[in-house]
Design a binder for this molecule. Sequence first.
Ligand code: ZN
Length: 74
Amino acid sequence: MPIFEFHCHSCNQEFEKLVFGADPEVECPHCGQNKVEKLMSACTAKVGGKLTSTSSGGGSSCAGCSSGSCSTCG
Ligand SMILES: [Zn+2]
């Protein structure tokens, strides 16, 4: 949902409005003026950290004798 924050220069009020266009005409709901400035949305969260892949050994080897093809302890 493209909800942006706006700041009205006429009455110094901030409000949120649902907009669809890239540069829509937004009127202030408090005073009705269109002297509003679109603020940066707070929804742009930075994603940090690395995706760690844990490798826990092979899946085919026997855990008892560490052999690939085990027939005595399996
Ligand atoms: Zn206003």
